[in-house]
Design a protein around this ligand. Structure first.
Ligand code: MN
Length: 432
């Protein structure tokens, strides 16, 4: 068990945390600092108008996620894929021993939070790091990320796609009591970004990834006991403008009518740290894109032997994937393409390579495309597909898009013609 705050302290001790001591405005300035600080975690010790600290870029790289989980870069995918296959429920602790229950505010005022306005055309201040936890009498618990725009002291407009939370709201008759969590441990953040089936409890995946405890809020919804901040809230039937908002693609998502959430009560740790997730930034890409890799891996592994998956940052960590397989029969790559699209329905372009190619090296992937692809045989085009709402080139109302799968694998039995020439296994330092 390691809390969000424990991890901040850990990277601080290691000298990896940058601290901004001068007061920073939550309106554009805070987000700009995050944008320019690249792969460095940043703690804002003073945010104008708020007594609370903010932290961002906490998970901008696979290395930092791996460090939190106690593994290495290559260990994340098998850990996630395994946790999806064998979930285990977290234990619950009483409110007295849950850090998130240290303080309770009965008259919420979101204007006291260090909530940033990220870019100049944004519809308002946005919480981008929040997960919403909800219960359904039949399907159980659901946990998912939802961006939320502040529209009043205790009101937020919440972007809800037609997925599980929306189903829960509909089943509840249009109004649903939920919990909102900010500053969750990494296992909960990753699991909440995974797309599993209706009724699959994301907290079970999180607990299998790294054990943690939950606490039940007054409205009966459980949250991680050591989270920084938790709201008891009600999703209402009232609709409000939501957006514009910069999403993963770093382009503006359109304005839509979305549901209003009313915040009823706020619980928080002593001296809470607000997680300021920069939309479209590296941390957003890691937390949203990387959890799609295990679902792709599990689908591809059903039809052939899957080795590695990379949702590439150049493809917005959402629209492009590279999959490596150990090819055993000639149609493995073609089957892997179909399976990969099943594993991540928003993906638009996928490249399948042999396992001698490092999926994390754009150079090697391009080399495979250059030396192993004949377009008329290996490029598979699928027009008229349901794509991502984030892709500005897809039809904005229907999300209809064309998908492409590239088979960049070698023909079986001809590896010697396609393999990269090898040299002796020497240490260059012995010579130069
Ligand atoms: Mn779900």
């Amino acid at each position: 068990m390691k809390s969000f705050r424990d991890f901040i302290s850990e990277i601080d001790r290691e000298g990896m945390l940058r601290k901004v001591k001068r007061p920073v405005s939550p309106g554009l300035e805070l987000a700009s600092v995050l944008s320019y600080s690249g792969k460095s975690p940043v703690l804002f010790e003073s945010v104008a108008g708020s007594q609370w600290r903010a932290v961002g870029n906490v998970f901008p790289t696979r290395e930092l996620v791996a460090r939190y989980l106690g593994t290495d870069k290559k260990g994340i995918l098998p850990a996630l894929a395994g946790a999806i296959k064998s979930p285990s429920l977290p234990g619950e602790v009483p409110a007295e021993s849950a850090p998130v229950m240290e303080n309770t505010v009965s008259e919420p005022d979101l204007s006291l939070f260090p909530i940033p306005i990220h870019t100049e055309k944004d519809g308002g201040p946005y919480i981008a790091s929040a997960i919403v936890v909800a219960n359904d009498p039949e399907h159980g618990r659901n946990s998912s990320f939802h961006r939320m725009m502040v529209i009043g002291r205790d009101r937020l407009a919440v972007r809800i796609l037609p997925r599980h939370l929306n189903e829960y709201i509909t089943r509840a008759g249009g109004t649903l009591d939920v919990a909102v969590v900010i500053g969750s441990p990494i296992n909960v953040l990753l699991a909440s970004a995974i797309s599993v089936g209706l009724g699959d409890d994301e907290f079970g995946i999180a607990n299998a990834l790294m054990p943690f405890s939950t606490v039940k809020l007054g409205n009966g919804v459980s949250v991680p006991a050591d989270a920084e901040i938790a709201f008891e809230a009600t999703i209402t039937e009232e609709m409000h403008d939501e957006g514009p908002f910069v999403d993963l693609t770093e382009t503006y998502d359109i304005l839509r009518k979305q549901r209003v959430m009313r915040v009823n009560r706020i619980h928080h740790r002593n001296n809470p740290i607000f997680h300021a997730l920069l939309p479209g930034g590296l941390e957003h890409k890691i937390l949203m894109g990387m959890p799609r890799e295990p679902t792709i891996f599990n689908e591809v592994d059903k039809v052939c032997e899957c080795k590695e998956v990379n949702i590439t940052p150049g493809g917005c960590s959402w629209l492009h994937g590279v999959v490596s397989i150990s090819k055993k029969s000639e149609d493995d790559a073609r089957k892997a393409i179909d399976a990969a699209f099943r594993g991540h329905k928003s993906m638009k372009h996928v490249v399948v390579v042999d396992d001698d190619i490092d999926v994390f090296s754009p150079q090697e992937v391009e080399w495979a495309i250059a030396t192993r692809v004949q377009a008329d045989r290996d490029v598979h085009i699928f027009p008229g597909q349901k794509g991502s709402s984030l892709d500005p080139s897809a039809d904005p109302s229907t999300c209809i898009t064309a998908k492409v799968g590239i088979d960049a694998t070698m023909p079986l039995g001809r590896r010697s013609e396609f393999a990269r020439a090898k040299y002796l296994d020497i240490r260059i330092g012995d010579y130069i």
